[in-house]
Design a protein around this ligand. Structure first.
Ligand code: SF4
Length: 443
């Protein structure tokens, strides 16, 4: 019997913290994930909100304050943040805009300096731009301690799990809207749990685990008929465009409306990749035996353990949908874009597509912004990858805010996926929910 009774405590930042008393806005990358990250900031005593969902006004403002040479996600995030700055009650001195950054091979590293320049030019120079760097696995959050980084990671992984449950359930639901409701309720539950959780890591893990278990019950209660014949489409591509439903004109929902199920590459995969890059860069800099190397390795190990523990709650639901390790993804990318000669999302796209083909997907869709360097390089190499996997159909969909007949293109693409399904060399394994369904139908 424990001698001391545990008392839940939450640690908040002090009034002298640079973010205290301000509102932090985080761009709407992916529904669920951004809300969870904001909840963890509020847990630290920092008022944080996601930017409102993008709309026509976002495109208009984004178009006005960009030159047309920038990537589409830069236009969307700029439009969303300027929309906030133009509110009548906007207080620049009490506002912080979140814009992650990196030194990577493409234009993403320019987003934060570009945003600062626009804000200065438009008279909002007092707004602070807060930019955690990919070089440290996005862990350099001001002077927050490890507890914040760990809680944020738990939030991101949990939101990835909820999205996976949504994408698995929604195409099979028999009551339209039920899976979306289960998702929204579960995100709200997760955010409330994170915001009110205890500073003790074990205690917080228990409450996040309980929240995810409740989410599992909600999704299991969705009336659904799981169908083996539904083509499974793997979704890869540029992280913002593939996850932000406004940017990609809700491509996943459109694929579902035409009978497909989608399996989306998640956010945790990218963070695990940046962790691995950090270790490689430290080695290249001759800092194999350094304090930073130790910190980085410890962080990766702890993150892996937390992720494994949260995902294992759904081992039954996700049987056949296992997420590959970054090492596996890079190994399978090697024949096409050998890492580290090539790096970034294009390498992840290649390796992930190969993993999906081996896990029995019936097709791959790459969602990228128009002119995205990663998308263009990947598109040039997909034909070889497709040939190596018996002609798996791989289709790039590019987005720049313009309208086109997406549904017609999807219908043609899904015909190819259905025909590949009949001859694919790698068969899927299905979670038990599919077979329970069959038993019910047979009895
Ligand atoms: S990944 Fe593509 S869209 Fe994103 S910043 Fe790089 S080039 Fe632009």
């Amino acid at each position: 019997m424990p001698v001391l009774k545990h008392r839940c405590l939450t640690r908040k930042v002090g009034a002298d913290h640079p973010l205290a008393g301000k509102t932090v806005y985080i761009p709407d990358l992916a529904e669920g994930s951004v809300e969870a990250l904001c909840a963890v900031l509020r847990w630290m005593g920092i008022h944080a909100l996601p930017t409102p969902h993008p709309d026509g006004c976002t495109l208009e403002l984004g178009g006005k304050y960009t030159t047309g040479d920038e990537c589409f996600p830069a236009k969307i995030t700029t439009g969303d943040l300027i929309k906030i700055a133009q509110r009548p009650d906007f207080d620049a001195k009490r506002t912080v805009f979140f814009m992650a950054t990196t030194d990577g091979p493409c234009r993403f590293g320019q987003y934060a300096p570009f945003l600062r320049k626009i804000l200065r030019e438009q008279g909002y120079g007092d707004v602070q731009v807060f930019s955690p760097h990919g070089e440290h696995g996005y862990s350099d959050f001001q002077d927050f301690d490890n507890a914040f980084v760990r809680s944020a990671w738990r939030g991101v992984v949990s939101a990835d799990i909820l999205r996976k449950l949504l994408l698995q359930t929604r195409p099979n639901e028999t009551q339209p809207g039920a899976a979306d409701r289960a998702f929204r309720d579960s995100v709200a539950d997760l955010c409330q749990t994170l915001e009110q959780s205890c500073s003790d890591t074990a205690c917080q893990m228990r409450s996040v685990t309980a929240s995810l278990s409740r989410a599992g019950e909600r999704f299991h209660a969705v009336p659904a008929r799981f169908d083996h014949r539904r083509p499974l489409i793997g979704i890869v591509g540029e992280i913002f465009c593939r996850l932000n439903t406004f940017s990609n004109r809700d491509l996943v929902r459109r694929l579902e409306a035409q009978g497909a199920e989608c399996w989306m590459s998640d956010i945790a995969e990218w963070i695990a990749y940046t962790n691995m890059e950090e270790v490689r860069n430290l080695r290249l800099a001759g800092r194999t035996y350094s304090w930073d190397m130790l910190k980085s390795k410890l962080r990766s190990r702890i993150q892996y353990a937390d992720e494994h523990s949260l995902r294992s709650l759904f081992a039954e639901d996700f049987g056949g949908y296992e997420e590959p390790s970054v090492e596996t993804v890079l190994r399978l990318a090697h024949p096409y874009l050998p890492f580290p000669g090539a790096e970034g999302e294009m390498v992840m796209n290649m390796g992930r597509s190969a993993c999906l083909a081996r896990q029995g997907a019936d097709g791959i869709v790459d969602i990228s912004p128009f002119t995205c360097m990663n998308g263009v390089v990947s598109e040039a190499i997909y034909p070889k990858l497709s040939r190596d996997y018996a002609g798996i159909p791989i289709r790039n969909f590019y987005f720049d805010g313009q309208q086109s007949d997406l549904d017609r293109d999807i219908a043609i693409y899904l015909e190819l996926a259905r025909s590949y399904r009949e001859r694919k060399p790698h068969q899927r394994s299905y979670p038990v929910r599919f077979s329970r369904q069959e038993e019910r139908v047979a009895s």
